[in-house]
Design a protein around this ligand. Structure first.
Ligand code: NDP
Length: 287
């Protein structure tokens, strides 16, 4: 058996088209959705991510601003910028690219973003809303994974799902979204004993560890759906995921590739979150 490749590029393109048409309608109604992306420091991977995010916004007709600051920026200066963006009516979404330099408290920065502009969905009030089943923003990467599962027609109600990785930005919100959709979810971390025992019982496996190719075909139940969130650069300079694609596709019914899987979906869902923040702001103004 050889599984299907889930095409994140094609699905993301469809979502971006939909965002573009909703954006035109919103502009006609008097609001141009705006995203501010803030980058502190010179991490090369972060620079690529932020440029891709801003370019995707512009292509879909959204207003976007990229603010780049040197690694010497102080925490107080960054907090001032975030507060200024909170107060800027042209900005509906604020994204501070992580990781931040070590002298800046990321948690404090995220907590300073106005929750209604927190398009990453990382603010504790947004994490709490997600946990209580009433999300305002769904964090972009897990949200993108949910869209991929829906587009593949994967039955979530009653499914057994395993999420490997328990970060606040991917693993934990992924777990919440899957369980809200009716799956029975196990979340694994680096201390999990016999990881393969868990994954071999799963209908859906989502891997977000940052450990290149750590999940192989021997760990997957025949017919399972495998989602690879990982983005790693191998010794050869090429991108690879946390899943050993070649062995997993022999066993799974469907697998996401890296690149071309979850990555483009993350950006597409950032556009959706920004657009929806702007739609809510427009609705509030009209009331
Ligand atoms: P973190 O480093 O914050 O978290 C990694 C998680 O994986 C931790 O919970 C850790 O466990 C767990 N883990 C590490 N090694 C193992 C192991 N051997 N077995 C089981 N669990 C393990 O990573 P992120 O969540 O930020 O990112 C994960 C990956 O996803 C990275 O490759 C990142 O680049 C990628 N990513 C991709 C995005 C996209 O758009 N496609 C967006 C965001 C991230 P413990 O808690 O015990 O430390």
């Amino acid at each position: 058996m050889t599984g299907r490749i889930i095409d994140g590029v094609a699905l993301a393109a469809k979502i971006r088209e939909d965002v573009a048409s909703r954006t035109s309608a919103l502009i006609a109604a008097g609001t141009k959705p705006g995203l501010a992306v803030v980058l502190v420091g010179s991490d090369p991977a972060s620079q690529v991510y932020v440029k891709n995010k801003v370019a995707a916004c512009q292509k879909a007709g959204l207003h976007s601003v990229l603010e780049q600051y040197p690694p010497s920026m102080t925490q107080a200066e960054l907090l001032d910028r975030v507060r200024a963006l909170n107060a800027d009516p042209a900005i509906h979404g604020i994204l501070v690219q992580l990781p931040l330099p070590a002298h800046i408290d990321s948690h404090l920065v995220i907590e300073t973003i106005a929750p209604e502009k927190d398009v990453d969905g990382f603010h504790v009030s947004n994490a709490g809303l997600l946990m209580t089943g009433k999300p305002l923003f769904r964090p972009c990467t897990p949200y993108g994974v949910m869209k991929m599962l829906a587009s593949e027609g994967v039955q979530l109600r009653g499914a057994v799902a395993v999420v490997i990785g328990a970060s606040n930005i991917v693993g934990k919100p992924m777990t919440m979204l899957l369980q809200s959709a009716g799956a029975t979810v196990t979340i694994c971390n680096s201390k999990t004993r016999d990881l393969g025992w868990h994954t071999r019982h799963a209908d859906i496996v989502v891997v977000a560890t940052g450990k290149p190719r750590m999940v192989d075909g021997s760990m997957i139940k025949p017919g399972a759906v495998v989602i690879d969130v990982g983005i790693n650069r191998g010794a050869d300079g090429k991108l690879c995921g946390d899943v050993d694609f070649d062995s997993v596709i022999q066993v799974a019914s469907a697998v996401t590739p890296v690149p071309g899987g979850v990555g483009p979906m993350t950006i597409a869902m950032l556009l959706v979150n920004t657009l929806e923040a702007a739609e809510r702001a427009q609705h509030k103004r009209a009331q």
